[in-house]
Design a protein around this ligand. Structure first.
Ligand code: FAD
Length: 240
């Protein structure tokens, strides 16, 4: 896979300790909503094997002009270098790769289940579907500690208002640590919630993304809720 050169256009805070990075989309770069890239920072080349690259799901939708990734910022070599990349600074992308893409049977619903930063592939899929598959039934179960940590919350609420076939179920697990008002759901995504959201959905396929421990727990909960393993697709963000 040949690497393509790109430049950083801008960066933005999208939640507590969480940033989105907008890069130029290289000419001819094509991807499906939900796929990922390896982002390579040339200044880190020559370090420990693989330390100059990280995998990120693409947040932007295929029809958008930028190539956007989002991440929880941590004190790691890669993320410190990413945070320090100047506007206009060079990077490279390898990809796209990954098969966490929306199924092509519009008569079957999709239930997206995101833990924290696991929202990234689903934002791209939701932006894409709202434009290209407005009749498909979509539900997003999105778990965060607090509203402050919840990336893209305002956009998701707007998408729900714009698309009558999309339902957002955001839930907070540590409201006691929040200084914001939250009138929505609190508590973890459990079997009971998984069963209830599926009640009126046509033959749903489930998509799970986030830190590995959360993905494992949610896939287990889905199976306990009676979902066939063939109808569960997942992506674990190793490194969290
Ligand atoms: C398909 C895919 C999509 C992803 N999308 C996103 C995204 O949209 N946003 C996001 O923030 N992160 C995403 N990740 C995770 C991302 O690539 C980083 O691993 C993560 O952000 C942690 O990076 P770090 O620099 O904070 O930690 P690091 O310093 O890189 O790693 C922390 C610890 O995790 C271990 N580790 C790192 N990578 C792996 C691995 N592949 N397997 C096992 N152990 C590993 C390291 O050895 C280290 O102990 C994705 C991962 C994959 C595979």
């Amino acid at each position: 896979m040949a690497s393509l050169a790109t430049r950083l256009q801008r960066r933005e805070d999208i939640a507590h300790g969480t940033m989105a990075f907008h890069f130029d989309k290289p000419a001819g770069f094509r991807f499906k909503a939900g796929q990922a890239i390896d982002l390579i920072l040339p200044d880190l080349a020559g370090g420990a094997s693989g330390s100059d690259r990280h995998a990120f799901s693409i947040v932007s939708a295929p029809h958008e002009s930028d190539l956007v990734v989002a991440t929880r910022m941590r004190d790691s070599t890669f993320k410190n270098a990413l945070a320090g990349l100047p506007i206009g600074g060079l990077a490279q992308v390898d990809g796209p790769f990954g098969s966490l893409t929306l199924h092509r049977k519009p008569n079957r619903a999709a239930v997206f289940i995101a833990g924290g930063i696991g929202i990234t592939p689903f934002i791209s899929m939701l932006r894409h579907a709202s434009r290209n598959a407005p009749d498909q039934r979509l539900v997003l179960l999105y778990s965060n500690r607090r509203p402050e940590d919840t990336a893209f919350l305002t956009e998701l609420q707007r998408l729900e208002g714009d698309n009558r076939n999309f339902r957002l179920v955001a839930t907070m697990t540590r409201m006691v640590e929040s200084s914001l008002l939250w009138m929505g759901r609190a508590g973890p995504i459990d079997e009971d919630l998984l069963k209830r959201v599926a009640e009126d959905l046509p033959d749903p396929i489930y998509y799970v993304a986030g830190p590995p421990s959360m993905v494992t727990a949610l896939c287990d909960a889905l199976e306990r809720a009676g979902v066939d393993a063939d109808d569960i697709r997942s992506e674990a963000f190793h490194g969290y």
